[in-house]
Each structure stands twice: as structure tokens, then as C-alpha cells.
Design a protein around this ligand. Structure first.
Ligand code: NAP
Length: 254
């Protein structure tokens, strides 16, 4: 599949480029600095990628890159959510522009694009309820408005999925393209985190669910490479069980 990675110079973006190549995809890297991407990838990897310079807040440029690149799928790894609830980042503005660009490209080519977006653990629902985890631990709240935007899209405009990892750490500082993927696979679940450890503590008045979230959250740490591999692997087909949902992941081998 031909996949455009928006924000390809980031921690996840770089690993996405590598994972997509490992899975046999053709990659378009959309970055605000081609020089930066060139400095972060080996020449052998950089030369396998089509690079487009543009800003992720520019929906027209994103649409053009998708259409000119003849892309079938989009991954948005641009922007970084602010941690404290009172802080602001440019992620919501980037997210709106990417959604607009992807949507308009779909209209122009008369077929919605497949797209993966990034959220965080907090937009998943507390297991057994329809209340988000971020209602109990209010951090990275910008992902909530991004999810709301995706959910408000009319049908057949974007075939979206939102991957919602907790902290992602690098397995290696080096970006390599192995011939086959070598990471421990992730276990995934739609809407709420997989393998949540339930406890009586959740029933404690006022703080029960907050304590339950704090106890569970460290279990959901995964690697950047695992998440990149998860998306690249899903994109081997346009059919996906994750369309239109948030997706929680856990490394079951930890
Ligand atoms: N890292 C984690 O542990 C974690 C966990 C859960 C969710 N997430 C989410 O996953 C996503 C990716 O995270 P990350 O750690 O890979 O972030 P990151 O390393 O900070 O990368 C952000 C990327 O966005 C690009 N960018 C920012 N503003 C842009 C703009 N206006 N135009 C074009 N590109 C722009 C940056 O480009 P430059 O290189 O030019 O600055 C960089 O490539 C974020 O949405 C984050 O909230 C991350």
C-alpha cells in the first residue's frame, strides 16, 4: 500500500517509516524539514522514501501530497499532546488540518482514505463503563477533542482508527529496516484497554477508579517500534477490524 506519514521526523514517525518499509509498503514522508529527516535516517532508508516538505497545519498542502503521491492510507504522527490539563499544544490545530486534508482528498479521489491517528490511553473507556480513563486521571486531554472530531465525521468520509497507547519508549535509538518484524506483538482491544486488572479498589468512594487507573497504567507501557509495527501490519489490507474505533494495546509478554 502507498502510505503517507505526517510527522515522519518524530519518535514514532521515524519508526513508522521503518516499519512500513519492513511490511513492504511504499512510503511518502511528510515533514516540515527534509534536511532534518535526512539527518535522522541512514542514506539507504532515506533514499527509499518520497519526501514532501510541508506544515501539518496546512490542510491544502496535505491534500495535495496525498493526491499527488497517489496514497491509499495516511498516518498522522505529527504534534504532541500537552500533559497537564491547563497546557496547550498545537496538536488540536494539526489534527483538524490533517482531518480536513484527508477528508478533502477522499472527496477528490471519490474514495475515502484509510487513516490511523494517535490518541492516548486516557481516551479509552474504563472497562465495564462508558466513562473515559481521563475522567479519573485528567492528563493529555487534547486527545479527547481530537477523538470527538473523528466521531463527528459523516460516514464514508475517512476510514479512521485511533491508536491509544500509554507511554512508548524506544527499543533502539537506531532506525533500522529489518527484513521481517522482530518485536513482541501487541495485544489490542477496541474502545477499552485489553487485559485490565480489575480490583475491589475501584469501588472505593471518590478515588476508587483513579487508584485503579494509577495501578494499571504502568502495565500499558509499550515500545515505539511495537506500535509502529502494529499500524504497518494492519495496513497490509484495507480491511481492518479497527475501523471507526479507539484501540488500546498491551505488551502481553512483559
Ligand atoms: N511518545 C509517547 O510516549 C506517546 C504516548 C501516547 C501517545 N502519543 C502521541 O503520539 C503522537 C506522536 O508522538 P511522538 O512521541 O512521536 O511525538 P514527537 O516525537 O514529538 O513528534 C512529533 C512530530 O510532529 C511533527 N510536527 C509538529 N508540529 C508540526 C507541524 N506544524 N508540521 C509538521 N510536523 C509537525 C514534528 O516535526 P519536527 O521534527 O519538525 O519538530 C515531529 O515529527 C503524538 O500525538 C503523541 O501525543 C505519544
Amino acid at each position: 500500500m502507498k502510505v503517507i506519514v505526517i510527522g515522519a521526523t518524530g519518535n514514532l514517525g521515524l519508526r513508522l517509516v521503518a516499519a512500513l518499509l519492513t511490511h513492504g509498503h511504499t512510503v511518502v514522508a511528510y515533514v516540515r524539514s527534509t534536511k532534518k529527516l535526512e539527518s535522522l535516517l541512514s542514506a539507504a532508508i532515506y533514499n527509499r522514501v518520497t519526501v514532501v516538505q510541508g506544515d501539518a497545519t496546512d490542510s491544502i498542502s496535505i491534500k495535495k501530497a496525498i493526491l499527488e503521491g497517489n496514497c491509499d492510507a495516511v498516518i498522522n504522527a505529527a504534534g504532541l499532546a500537552a500533559l497537564p490539563p491547563w497546557a496547550k499544544s498545537d496538536l488540536p490545530e494539526i489534527f483538524r488540518a490533517v482531518v480536513k486534508g484527508v477528508r478533502e482528498a477522499g472527496v477528490e479521489r471519490e474514495k475515502p482514505l484509510r487513516a490511523w491517528f494517535l490518541g492516548g490511553l486516557g481516551v479509552l473507556q474504563f472497562p465495564g463503563s462508558d466513562s473515559m480513563l481521563s475522567n479519573y486521571v485528567p492528563i493529555y486531554l487534547e486527545h479527547r477533542q481530537n477523538l470527538q472530531l473523528l466521531k463527528s465525521l459523516p460516514p464514508n468520509t475517512i476510514d479512521w482508527s485511533m491508536l491509544c497507547p500509554a507511554t512508548m519508549t524506544p527499543e533502539s535509538a537506531e532506525i533500522n529496516v529489518p527484513s521481517k518484524s522482530s518485536h513482541g506483538p501487541l495485544v489490542a482491544n477496541a474502545t477499552s484497554p485489553p487485559a485490565w486488572q480489575d480490583s475491589w479498589i475501584k469501588h472505593a468512594p471518590l478515588i476508587g477508579r483513579t487508584v485503579s487507573c494509577a495501578m494499571n497504567a504502568p502495565r500499558y507501557e509499550t515500545t515505539l517500534e511495537q506500535n509502529a509495527d502494529f499500524i504497518a501490519s494492519d495496513l497490509r489490507s484495507l480491511e481492518s477490524e479497527w475501523k471507526g474505533v479507539t484501540v488500546g494495546v498491551i505488551d502481553a509478554s512483559r
